[in-house]
Design a protein around this ligand. Sequence first.
Ligand code: IPE
Ligand code: IPE
Ligand code: MG
Length: 899
Amino acid sequence: MCLGTAVRFALVEQMRNHLALVLVIFFVPSWLTLTYTVTAKTPVRFFLRAADRFLVVDGDNLMQLSGALHALALIVGFMMFLAAKRSADFDHRLVLAGYPRLCLVLAKYTALVLTTAAVAAYATAWVTVFWQPEQLGVLAAALFVGALVYGGAGILIAAVLRSELAGMFLVIMISFADLAMQNPISNPAADSPVLRFLPSFGAMQSAVAAAKLETVPWSYLALGLCWAVGTAGIGMTAFALRTRHRLPLTGHRTVLPAVMPEVRAQGGDASAAAGRTVGPRGPETRNRTRRGPVWPTVYRRAGIRDRDLVLGYQRCRQLVRSSGPVEHAIVQLTPVRLRPLLWVTYGFGRVLDDLADVETDSPESRAARIEEWARALESDLRQGSSSDPVRRALVHAMITWDLPDDDLPALIATYSQDARSQTEFATWDEWHAYRRTISLPFGVTRLAAVLSGTSAPFAARDVEGFQRWTDAYNLIDCLWDLRQDAERGHILLPLEALERFGVAAEDVRAGRPTAQLTELIKDLVAQAHHWLDQAATVNWQHPGLAAAWRTIIELARLQLLSIERAQDVLLERTPVLPRASFAWMLMRGRMRTAWAWRRQLLPPAPPPLHLPSQRTGAAEHEVCADEEPLPPVPHPSGARPPEMPPERMPRHVAIIMDGNGRWATARGLPRPEGHRAGQQALREIVYGALEIGLPYLSVYALSTENWQRPAAEIDSILQIVLGGLDVQKEEVMRRNLRLRWSGSPEGLPAELIDALARAENATSHRTGITLNLCVNYGGRAELTHAARALAREAAQGRIDPDRITAHHLARHLHQPDLPDVDLLIRTGGDHRTSNFLPWQSIYAELAFLDTPWPDIDRRDLWNTMTAFTQRERRYGTTPQPTPAKAKPQTGDRPEALSN
Ligand code: IPE
Ligand code: IPE
Ligand code: MG
C-alpha cells in the first residue's frame, strides 16, 4: 500500500513537470522529423560490435536513432533530475514521518521505469511513421534502456549537486558528448573500442541492431541496463544517505550524537554533554532503552538540545503513544518540528487527568495534588525550568513558542473540580459544558496560535463546527471506554440519553447488554456522525491544519465504525480499530498533510533557550540554625480565620500599606510614629496570613518615588525596616516565614542591603508564607532592569530579539518565581496603585480600603479575601456557563490533543 501510494505521488510529481510533458509530446516528434528529413539518405558505415562487423545504414535512419536516444536522454534526465530535486525535502519529511525509505526508493525506481517506458514507446511509435525497423520491440527496448541511463543519472546528479542549473548543464553535456561520439556522421572514428565505456553505448548498439538485424543484441541491452541500474542505484543510495535520520539510542551510545556539532558550534557545553552516556543507570534511562529509539532529529529540528529536556519531551511522547493509536496518529499529521509541541500539550492534560483519577485517593487529596502540580508549574514557568520532566518540557515549550498561559488557571480549576466531584451528568447540557471546558482549548488552539500568529485559525462562524468536533471526540471517547468505565461503576454518558432509550443505568454498570442499549449506541453513533459532518465544514486558514483536519475526521469516523460493529458487545469488550483501514487512512493522511505542510512556511525553529539553573533552595544558602518556627500569635479577640473554598483562595496578596502619615497627623503625632504603628499592623497581617494559609504576601514598604520625601522621614522608614529584619529578635521573623526582598539597592544603606540579604538567606528553607518585602521598589524600575538584562543577552547573541517573549522578560523580574498577584489591596483611602507590581498585577482583583494602614488588622485581610472568593475572574474570556458537574475520569484516554 505504501509503495502504491508513493508511486502514485511520484507519478503525479512527474505530471506536474509541464515543460517535460510539452517536450515529450512536441519535441520528440519534431526532432525525429527534423533528423530524418534534413539528413541525407547517404549510406553510412556503422561498426556494430554486436555483430562484430560494419553495417551499412541509411544516414537519415542513423541520425534519427541517435537523435531519438539523445532526445530521450535529455528529457528523461531532466524529468528525473527535477523530480528528485523538488521532492528532496518532501521525501525527507516523509522519512522523518516514519515512511520506510525502501518504500520511497522503490517508488522512485518504479516511477522512473514507468515514465521511461511510456516515453520510449512514444518515440518508437514516431520512428515507425518514417521507416520500419527490423525489430520494433528491440528498438523500443534500446530507447528505453538509453533513456533509463540518463534518468538514473538525473537522480544521481540531483542527489549530489546543489544547483539546478549546474545539474541540467551536466546532463546536457554528458549526453551530447556520449551520443555525438558514437555517431559516425559526427565522428569518423566512431568505431573506436574506447566508445564501449560510454553510458549509452549499449543502447546505441542495440538500436542499430534492432533497425537492421534480426537477432536480439542481449548483451548490449544488458550493458545498457547495467549503466541504468548503476546510475540510478548510486542516485538512490545518495538519496537514502541524505534522508538518514534515525539514530537509535540504545545501550551506551553517546547521547544525541547528531546534535553535537550544533552544540559545539554554539559554544555550548559540548564536552559535558558528550561525556554523558545513556546506559542502564537509573529508572529513566532503563525505561528509555526499553521504549525504543529516541529520534534526535526531531528534537534538533524543534530546537531542543538539552538532554534533560529531551527526556521530558520523550516522557510526553510516551504519554501520547500509550493513549491510543488515534492520538498518536493525530500527532503524526503535523510536521516533525511541531510534534514536540503537541506531545507536551497532550502530556500536560494527561498528567492532570491521571492525577484526577487516582482511585485510591480521596477526592480532596486528588484535587490537592492537581493544585500542587499547577502551582509548581506556575513557579517553574517563572524560573524557566523544572525538576519534573513533563513540566520541564512544558515550560520549555511555553517559553520558546510563547504559548498563552492565561487560561491555565481556569483549566486547572476545572481539573481539580473534576477530581473533587463524583457526580454524573444528568443532561446533555451539563455534559457539553463540562466536556468543552476541559477538553477544548489547550493543544489544538495552541498549535493553531503558533501557526497562525495573531490571525485566527479559522473564521468566527467555524467556531461552532470546531466545538462539534470536540463533542464528537468526547462522545466517541465515552462509547469507546463504555466497558471500562462501567466496570468501575461510572457512566459518563448523560443520564438523559439513557432514559430516552429506557436503558437502566444498573444494567450498564452490571455489564448486561440489552436491546435498548444497542438502540442507544446506534443513536449516539449517528449523533457523532452528524457532529462530524458539521466539523468537516470548518475552513482552517492554514493548509496544513486543513489537511490534517480531514484525516482527523476520517479517523473519528473509523472509530465510529468500530463502535458500530461492536455495538452488541460493547459492554464486553473495547472496540478494535480495523488495522488495515487505519493504516491506509493514516498513510494517505500523512501523505496529504506532508504535501500541504510542504508549501507552508513553518514558524522559525525556536532559538536555544538559556535557562537559569534550578534553584536548589536551602542547599545554596547559609541556613540559619534557628529553632522550630513559632506558631502565629493569635488575635487578641480570639478571632479565627473564616472557611473558604481552597480552590478559590487567592495565593498571592499584595498590599500597598498606605495612610501611616495621615494616621499619625490625625493623632498629633510625628509621621515616623505612623510608620512605627504601620510596622505593628504588618506583624498583625502576617499572623493573619499565616493562619489562613496564604502562601505569598507582597508588601510595599518604600517606593522609588518616596525618596522625594524629607530625608528624616526616609531615614525613619529605613530604620524601622532594618529593625524588623533581625531574625533572632523580630517576632515575625521567628515564624514559619520566608523573606524575599524586591527592589533596587541603589541609594539604600549598605547595612540595610546586607541585612535584607542575611534575612533572605536565613529564612530560605522556611516553607510557610513567603513575605515579599518591597523596599525601594518601583514597577518601572523593575521592568527597566529586566529590559536591560534582555538587551544585554541580545547584544551577546544569546537570544534572538525577534523571539523574546513575555516569559523571557519575566525571568528578569526581582522575584521571577513568585506567582502573579491575585488580590491587590490598598489601604488609606486612595484609589491608585502607585507603581506597585505592574507586571505581576495585570489580572489582580483590586480592593481599596479606607482604613489607614496602622488601623488594619487581620480580620480586614480575611474579609477582603472572602470577598475575593466571590469574584468571577475571566482572564479575557466570556463568562463560563454554570459550573458543570464533573465526572470521575476514565484514566486510559484523556482528552486527547485538545487538553
Ligand atoms: C505609606 O504611608 C507608607 C510609606 C510611604 C512608607 P504614607 O507615609 O504614604 O502615609 P500617607 O499616605 O501620607 O498618609
Ligand atoms: C505608596 O504610598 C508607597 C508605599 C506604601 C510604600 P505613597 O503614599 O507613597 O503613594 P502616593 O505617592 O500617595 O501615590
Ligand atoms: Mg501615602
